[in-house]
Design a protein around this ligand. Sequence first.
Ligand SMILES: O=C(O)CCC(=O)C(=O)O
Ligand SMILES: [Fe+2]
Length: 354
Amino acid sequence: MESTVPTVDFSKLQGTLAERSAAVQDIGRICQNKGFFQLINHGINTGILRDALAAAAAFFDLPMEDMAGLVSDDITQPVRYSTFTELDGGEIKIRRHILKQYSYPLEEWIGKWPEKPWQYRSVPVSSSVRSSSSPATHHSIVERMAKYAAEVRRVVAEIVEAIAESLGLRRDYLRAQMEQGFEMMALNFYPPPPPSRDESFGGGGGTVVCCGEHTDYTLVTVLLASGHGLEELDREAAGSWRPVPHCAGGSLTVHVGNYLEVLSNGRYRAALHRVVMERGRGGGGGGGARVSIASLPSLAMDARVEVAEELVDARHPAAYRGSTLAEFIEFLSAGGNGGDFMENLKISGTEDQQ
Ligand SMILES: O=C(O)CCC(=O)C(=O)O
Ligand SMILES: [Fe+2]
């Protein structure tokens, strides 16, 4: 049993046959036992990670009225800003600001991404639509968020291939469907929670759950964060919360999402995770706010995700019903909760056979 957050060396997937096969086995074992890992040697330049986080932070630094224009009740909107608030010491505090934006295929959605601040959106150097307010010296650092989105896509494609292989499926099992698929990016901003006035916290300390426990409706999620605060439920360690350590320059964490749980017939279960911030200190390492970017890839809106038939036999009957992302969104739009949707997909009586 691993007592730390496991790491996967991405470069080994492009190594020799023996290295790749060992890495694929590792990924399979980790997905089965834990459902989450940190990715090292992923090849995404630290500058790109920093730029993406800085661009996200710049967005959340906008005056409220600029962000308020993106608020909508319609969860099918390709760009949507929302907040999660809580009552704290009699005052309403925003725990989490969220910007959700569709991000694949990039060319289709990028035109809808927020226009402010100018650093945020990709504007190719050669393009004539470059904002007139962008200083000339910054022309070479355009494409911040888009560059990151494209790099993550490359990493996700490789990981999904390795996961398919680890399940005994063809390496390209999901390739075509992924290429025709969909992705959303969730940009999160967590202000440091104020010190508690309650003396029982011993001088204003204590922690606050700023993003409650949940699983993601994706195949796999890739998370980039500016600081610590992410916790994953460790099934191997009697279901205790395992803090994910932060690496300077930006850490990438990967976790199994609900679609992979269905596809793998429950062999890889979706990772339950949350974000916890320290009162008065925050989760940004330097004591400030925390910024994160979750890349959430899935198949196309109308593609039915079902248990892979190769993973079904007499001892392992299909344990989940098939569903589409469109059905999931419809369920949420009607006021349903994501966890209930997943529960509804489970076929009762099959739990013990997986
Ligand atoms: O901020 C984080 O690290 C986690 C965010 C998250 O779980 C999500 O956006 O789904
Ligand atoms: Fe999440």
